[in-house]
Write a protein of this length. Sequence first.
Length: 600
Amino acid sequence: MRDDELLQRWFLTGAERGNDATRLPAWSRGNRVRPLVDGATYFPALAAALDATGPGDLVLFADWQGDPDQRLTERGPTIAEALTAAARRGAVVKGLVWRSPREWQRLVPTRRRHLAQRVRGGAQVVLDQRVRNSGSHHQKFIVIRHAGRPDDDVAFVGSLDPAHSRRDDSAHLGDPQPLAFGKAYGSHPSWHDVHAEVRGPAVADVETVFRERWEDRAPLSLLPWQVFGDLLRRAVRRLLHRPVPLPPPLPAPVAGTGGSCAVQLLRTYPPRRPRYPFAPEGEFSIAAGHAKALRRARRLVHVEEQFLWSRQVVQVFADALRAAPGLQLVVLLPREPKRGGIAAPPLVLGQVHALRLLRAAGGDRVHVFDLENHDGEPVYVHSKVTVVDDVWACVRSDNLNRRSWTHDSELSVAVLDEVRDRREPVDPAGLGDGARRFARELRLQLVREHLDRGTPAVATPGTPTSSTPTAQWTRCAAAPRRSTPGTTAAAGALALPGGCASTATRSSRAGSGSSRHPSTGSSSTRRRPATADPGAGPARRRPVPGSEHLPAAALPARWPGRQHRTFHRPAPCPRACGVARRSSRDGRSPVRRGRGAAAG
């Protein structure tokens, strides 16, 4: 199959995007894309890119929120200092930060939550409320263009804001600058996230996304009493700093050496009054892109997600499970909602309804996990990643709920590497598309982190792989742990333990404390046995659904160093949550409309 035909089979065409008003191309080719797993990987890369800017360069960013004192490295600089330094060296710095509903009643926004007042040196960062009613700007990206050095141009796109708690690493001991979540995540919450570094022609496409929003002539504020404060602050900044106008766009970077990735930017823009000039009827290419990719899914869909709520969104995955009887769905979710109190039950209830729909469609082919660190503390999963059959990969800002797919502004990057991955299985779906290098390596990099694995092992001839009968299925729900693991290679030639393990459960934090794997050298406390009773309530756990029939290509039998469990059936929702229960039943987001900020 030719690469052009392959891209048309997986990517949206211009007509399928459904937005003729945008300047975005359908996709670009010849890009280099690198996954940046966890904030401790992304933030230093961002700091280095900002430090390399100089006179005539361009720095454009959009964020859902930001803490100006968030350090990018252990010793700094902070994000506000890095942006200010770039502006003082002569770079043009422009930013768009969503104005949260929590600041609707204030003329001056909270300085801690927003970068707008802390980034100086002639930079221009504005608070942007040009959204649909009760919506948010949830895009999270930064573009750095160099005058005369197009090979150094870079864009960062994904789900990481420059905010507290994000600078965590693979050990997941938390950011030294923590954001309080709640009791479940401790005083230094662990945070797992994914961003993407893009170099090549797609950098200009990300810049176009920023320019389209920046050039929108609609008022920045929706409420009349905010207009005077905005005008006053704008006048003061112009007197003090004289911001430089946004210069014309530079030519798109050419495809560089080693650039083998085709990149398509997917977005959500809701219909709005006044209309977005670049999306007058809205754009829903994130939803359409996932629907098209999932129609080709045959073997394995790997999802990492903060929220999994809405029936309309989950139905896309359920349809894929019904259409392909051999398809496995692996989902990684947070153990507990980030927000506690009365906000937590509707979040859990909406997620349970979504998981029931998936289980009804896929049965034991649906596998749901969460993470915890070596101290037995849950890791907050904020990553938003979809990988389909090791071919199509999407690093997203959007959550898998109706709000992100229809109501907020979102930006996600879909990647299809034109270089095949020759490790077994070479064509997981059997459609002739072949496994692709970026998608497979992204999935395996994530799995290696969750497994505490380092360098992947290389499959040798004669080694059982996921495509051989001996490794096709693994039964491990009730088998005892083996002290000496085997050497079964999963998809992509990642060596995994061949021995079965009893299904890992959440450690009993109330009674026995944390539970650590013997490989850490720590003492392991007794764990509560798993139960298969789905109605047992929070005190009992059931095995990961389908783990007794888990294909080796999908997931390992053992998860060293991490403990995982499936989401159990929650306790009955109190009567106070009746509104949330009804909204979950009819498919709406469990969050009450117009109350509180959108999820990060």
